[in-house]
Design a protein around this ligand. Structure first.
Ligand SMILES: [Zn+2]
Length: 180
């Protein structure tokens, strides 16, 4: 499990693609942030750049689905990440159901992080993220890909929203830390 420092890949990307065309995750050794969108898989490395994912690469953690929107709601510029989560949460009746979130548009600001690949013995995630490179995007067109995890996932995953971002030209992105 990721939080405790088990970063060995347990599934190849070629197999993961059987489970979905949309989602997020990471790579063996925690080598960057994964974004899957429209069946294309990207590895956003610690330089903030999005690289194509090879089928034989592996992941210790990923969450993917075949995305098919059940409902669509408008989101406007100016909501910060906290307000944005409240707004999305308020629009969702089912707090105990996992759901996928896809947000397309132009964002006033997005701050992301990625993490450099780690060597064994793997350090805990809090140590890795203590020195994480961060990236800032202004007036940027792109897509946010993510999931909402209910409170009962505590211990298995982090409850709440987990969002990754990729630019419209699919060249950069990362794990979302802030946006408005
Ligand atoms: Zn992430």
């Amino acid at each position: 499990m990721i939080l405790g420092g088990l970063y060995e890949g347990v599934i190849t990307y070629v197999d993961l693609k059987d489970y979905g065309d949309f989602g997020l995750g990471t790579f063996e050794g925690l080598d960057g942030e994964m974004v899957a969108l429209d069946g294309n898989f990207y590895q956003i490395k610690s330089d903030g750049v999005a690289y194509p994912v090879d089928d034989d690469m592996t992941s210790p953690f990923a969450c993917v689905i075949f995305f098919d929107a059940d409902r669509e709601i408008p989101v406007w510029k100016g909501l910060n990440y906290t307000q944005f989560q409240d707004y999305l949460g308020g629009s969702t009746q089912e707090k105990n159901v996992f759901h996928a979130v896809k947000i397309e548009g132009t964002f006033g600001y997005v701050k992301t992080r990625s993490v450099p690949g780690q060597e064994k013995p793997y350090p805990p995630l809090v140590e890795v993220t203590a020195n994480q490179p961060t990236f800032e995007f202004h007036d940027i067109e792109g897509t946010i890909v993510g999931f909402y995890y209910p409170d009962y996932v505590e211990g298995l995953n982090v409850p709440g929203y987990h969002l990754h971002f990729i630019t419209e030209d699919r060249t950069a992105g990362g794990h979302v830390l802030e946006l408005y």
